[in-house]
Design a protein around this ligand. Structure first.
Ligand code: GUN
Ligand code: ZN
Length: 375
């Protein structure tokens, strides 16, 4: 049986080792390195599927945890699956709920069978396990499902991380056994181990021996310094199969996308562009700005004169400044549109730079213009 999700390698950047490829799924293919906009509640906040397509989003991410609690995976199954329910016919990846249980709920109790915790909205007692996370994701019908893992906080002790990695490996095996639709849903394993090289190695070896169609690196961007993340990537990506997709979970700042691609990552997701958009923060070719700032009250130019998005083509900084200050819904639609388009364009530039063997040069130019090189 051919796996539901496969990786086609196009080329390796001679300057950096970054990978250019195509991931094939039952709902079509997308080019990598790719950024996945986050649609936690079966919607990328404020954006319609048509708008996401217009900005060239090839795949989006959604969340098992939230859709299980509301409206319920049974409802989405009855609707014909998540693609039909939300009217998105391109690929969808769903996270397993593991991370959300750890980041959203209090009172959690981790046992071998799974995690007992309380609903973050109403306090009800809940239980999530590898089998349940697979059942829910099978009902959702996502193209890429994620294994149920534990993502320990940073910093964690080596001793705790080791026992956690071992449990995550046992859970990964249970996920594979419980997965009912391997013919049309690809299940990715998640490598944990924090900043510890020996534990990343152990985790990668355990999961690679289980033969998933793709692998993620979890447990990063949890508060550790950037150089700790980059070092962890440097010793982890070489342990991952070259003929399968590699996904760095929860990472989406422009510098980390470029530095992740340089270390061999193919897929990324993050709430950052949409979350900061809702308070008026915009990513531009010359760095971040907050549009609420008084300086923009009479600025009738575009948000970014190098951007070709719907917002920049049609509206001024002064207008967006006014809408965000007045708490108008259209304001956060315009800022969300721009930030998403900015990151999707950035990935297009990264792919083009790989094609031309100049991603190292592109990094230097981008970092200089964005202000990452400033002390
Ligand atoms: N999202 C960001 N980091 C993680 C992680 O370590 N595990 C899961 N399941 N999701 C994530
Ligand atoms: Zn724009």
């Amino acid at each position: 049986m051919t796996p539901a999700v496969t990786y086609e390698h196009i080329k390796t950047c001679k300057q950096t080792g970054a990978r250019l490829g195509i991931v094939h799924t039952p709902h079509g293919s997308f080019e990598t390195p790719a950024f996945m906009p986050v649609g936690t509640q079966a919607t990328v906040k404020t954006m319609s599927p048509e708008e996401l397509k217009a900005m060239n989003a090839g795949i989006i991410l959604s969340n098992t945890y939230h859709l299980w609690l509301r409206p319920g995976n049974d409802v989405i199954k009855e609707a014909g699956g998540l693609h039909k329910f939300m009217n998105w016919d391109r690929p969808i990846l769903t996270d397993s709920g593991g991370f959300q249980v750890f980041s959203l709920s209090e009172f959690r109790n981790i046992k071998e069978e799974g995690v007992h915790f309380r609903n973050h909205m109403n306090g009800d007692k809940l239980f999530l396990s590898p089998e349940k996370a697979m059942h829910i994701q099978n009902d959702l019908g996502s193209d890429i499902m994620m294994a149920f893992d534990e993502c320990p906080p940073f910093p964690a002790t080596h001793e705790y991380m080791k026992s956690s990695v071992e449990r995550t490996s046992r859970w990964a095996e249970r996920c594979l056994k419980a997965h009912q639709r391997p013919q049309d849903q690809g299940l990715f394993g998640i490598i944990q181990g924090g900043e510890f090289e020996d534990l990343r190695k152990q985790s990668a070896q355990d999961l690679v021996s289980l033969d998933f169609p793709g692998y993620a690196i979890g447990g990063l961007s949890v508060g550790e310094p950037k150089d700790v993340m980059n070092r962890a990537l440097e010793f982890t990506t070489p342990l991952m199969p070259a003929d399968k997709p590699r996904y760095l979970m929860g990472v989406g700042s422009p510098d980390s996308l470029i530095d992740g691609a340089i270390r061999g990552i193919d897929m990324f997701d993050c709430v950052l562009p949409t979350r900061i958009a809702r308070n008026g923060t915009l990513m531009t070719s010359t760095g971040r700005l907050n549009i609420k700032n008084a300086a923009f009250k009479r600025d009738f130019g575009p948000i970014d004169d190098k951007c070709d998005c719907y917002t920049c083509k049609n509206y001024s900084r002064a207008y967006v400044h006014h809408l965000i200050r007045a708490d108008e819904t259209f304001g956060i639609r315009l800022t969300s549109y721009h930030n998403l388009q900015f990151l999707l364009n950035l990935m297009g530039q990264v792919r083009q730079a790989i094609r031309e063997d100049r991603l190292g040069d592109f990094r230097e130019e981008f970092f200089e213009a964005y202000g990452f090189n400033k002390p």
